[in-house]
Unconditional design. Sequence first.
Lengths: 362, 311
Amino acid sequence: MTDPVAISVNQVSKQFGQGADAFFALDQVSVDIRENEFFTLLGPSGCGKTTLLRLIAGFEHPTAGHIQLHGEEISHLPPFKRPVNTVFQNYALFPHLTVAENIGFGLDMQDKPAAEIESTVTEMLQLVQMESMRDRRTDQISGGQQQRVALARALAPHPRVLLLDEPLSALDYKLRKGMQIELKRLQLETGITFIFVTHDQEEALTMSDRIAVMNNGQILQVGSPNDIYDRPSHRFVADFIGDTNFLSAELVESSSEHAVVKLSSGKNLVTGPTEATLNNVVSITVRPEQAVLIDDLANADLQGTVTNIMYSGTDSHFHIELPSQEEFVAKVQNAGPARRDWETGQTVGIKFHDNAVQIVED
Amino acid sequence: MPDDSPSLSKYELAARKQQTRRNLLLCSPALIVLLLAASGPLLVMLFYSFLKSGNYGGVIYEFSLDGWLNVFLVRDIFDDVLKVADAHLSVFWRSIKLSAMTTFTCLVIGFPTAYFIATRPRESRNFWLFLITIPFWTNLLIRTFAILELIRNNGIVNNLLTDLHIIEQPIQMMYTDFAIMIGMTYVYLPLMILPLYASMEKLDFRLVEAAYDLYATRIRVLRKVIIPLIKPGIVAGSILVFIPSLGAFVTPRVLGGGKNLMLGNLIELQFGQGRNWPLGAALSITLLFIVMATLLLYVRYSQKGGVQHEQ
């Protein structure tokens, strides 16, 4: 079922500066990116995601480690010798060339015959629906159109892997939504591996087959959007993607199949397996929509006092202060059957859904 | 830009007219200086070129075409036959040739220098630019004598080469076209580097990366992306070097000696020892025409082949 590996990153480190100023942009990163995959590198600015992309593109070379493309070592090849193309954040279209000349540039540099360049350019213009802009100058077209030209230019030489460096960040909200769908369509149509860099978690969740969440030069977790959201491995991952609650709990039972944590209320809950040491305090995370508020305190997992209620259209957020001084936010759908006529100051019970609790590494 | 659309009321038109008049008044000192200091002498030159030369310099106020005739033709002193003035033509040719070579050398040397400065971190660029301007601190004549000290037969370069036994006899560099070219390259190099730097600084280096990414080798990135994009700087730098080289006077005088004349020296000769002011005036106007023709060529060339990209 799993496709062969397209890009293999093995123990790659990238150091900038020397001596006291030395700084590791990437610290022993390893990841395999498969063929035909829409793979996203997600993380805050400065996490190393762009550095990793630039290493794959060849603009930088790793301080240590290996990068392989279909099993072939490419770590130290210059960019013009790698069958990998990049869509740049600000598009980097050549201002002295027309739209068609921009798209044909890569083919021209590969010394392809003029007729082939011509037909590929036409094909690419059709692919991104820009046929009528063929002879325009790049400063005569809109931002969204420039984005399409940048895509067409990078796709024209039929790269093995397409790298996209936050390509949608300069577009306004509506255009961005449209381009997300467009990008996904292009990826499916061309069958090229896309490696997409973004700091926008929503963008990552909607578009990707798999996501690598990065922080401080390391990859914390790699998984499908569903995995990342529902089963975050690190506190940072849970916090970075979506809203969540963190609670302290004690690990009272641990096996290879499951673990049991004891909440501050004394209740025991079953979670997935963990590598944390038994009888230690661990952090657990629960998404706000994974809990319901109930009257029956005896049956509840936690109880606390409602301190604040925020109405936000589709749902309401109940801020609840627990006896342990921790704060818990529960999200209750306004249109759903759940009871939601609580008032501030009231004591409520909190009941978690099944499999809602996840132990995370700090 | 405001346009004079008919919708403007007459009050607005009047206000605009007044504004224009006020601005014109503000720049009038500059206009007057330009008119008197640049056009005035030129008109005098033009006038002199159509007069008869005086026996001891100066002019006789009598109409004559001799000045202009002597630019290209010379009357044989023995049989009065008119012949092409080979000496003058060779000076024209040497001036154009040496100026073109100087421009090319400045471009070849200046390009990497400007590229180096433009790729430094922003804070240190001013320092490098400052270094480039240091030669301007000293007088042109002193700088030219410094070059002379380097390349004369007993100069530093020759002495060093002889001491190292690389050469037996000193190389004759002084009083050659080569010496003039070296001198002019040294003197005018900053005028090439500065405009080159100015356009390279504006160059978006992500475009260079994009070209690398799209399979362009280093030499092709230079040819297909960098040079087309900084062409305005190349054109400006070339004009700034070529034009003063064409009229250079001190450098060829010091380094070229008496025999390797350039246009500037030929003109000086007519006003000095030659005592032929009308010829000197006609030569000056001719130089002006060569400069203007070159500029026109450049403008046409850069409009035809150049890129019109706005920064």
